[in-house]
Design a protein around this ligand. Structure first.
Ligand code: HEC
Ligand code: HEC
Length: 120
């Protein structure tokens, strides 16, 4: 009996630790920090052609001090809405950050638009 209780306690503790692994996710539904890091490395950063530091204080990833991080949250909401409300009901493939950005901070507007990273 005692052994079972200890096992249950350990399971509960490890679940709590896992749940607290990410600290400040408002949009993404990943459970672990590793899942978020993988997504950022493979998807977000290459879609814009930037490093982590473009959006983060890399010594404090949960911090919201960088304004590009909040803009990115709005972009995530927009992308989710396009997929959920328009493309999904049509049974079309979802769009991603890459669909528009193609490795640029600012998506090129035309073939002649060679300006990179114009300021706002
Ligand atoms: C274009 C902006 C952008 C870039 C580049 C980016 N991130 Fe993020 N990152 C975000 C946003 C936005 C969130 C919060 C998402 C949310 O609220 O659901 C986030 C969340 C995270 C978190 C979760 C922190 C927490 O516990 O709340 C980690 C860890 C993280 N990023 C790591 C990285 C790493 C590592 C890189 C580089 C490979 C990177 N990010 C590049 C925008 C970015
Ligand atoms: C439907 C097209 C589209 C999609 C999808 C899209 N974006 Fe954007 N994004 C834009 C446009 C357009 C701008 C503004 C460009 C301009 O004004 O020159 C922009 C601007 C941004 C900026 C602002 C740069 C700055 O800080 O000034 C960030 C960051 C960004 N997008 C990240 C993302 C991320 C991350 C995703 C995927 C979750 C994403 N975007 C998906 C079209 C898109």
């Amino acid at each position: 009996m005692k052994r079972i209780l200890i096992t249950l306690l350990l399971v509960a503790v490890s679940h709590t630790l896992e749940a607290q692994d990410t600290k400040n996710l408002k949009i993404l539904s990943f459970k672990t920090k590793k899942e978020v890091m993988d997504f950022m490395k493979k998807n977000i950063a290459p879609s814009l052609g930037v490093k982590c530091a473009y959006c983060h204080n890399v010594r404090d990833f949960p911090s919201d001090e960088n304004k590009h991080k909040e803009i990115t949250r709005q972009m995530m909401i927009m992308t989710q809405n396009i997929n959920k409300n328009t493309l999904n009901p049509l049974a079309y493939e979802p769009v991603t950050c890459w669909t528009c950005h193609r490795g640029n901070i600012y998506p090129p507007r035309s073939k002649d638009d060679k300006k990179k990273g114009h300021e706002h």
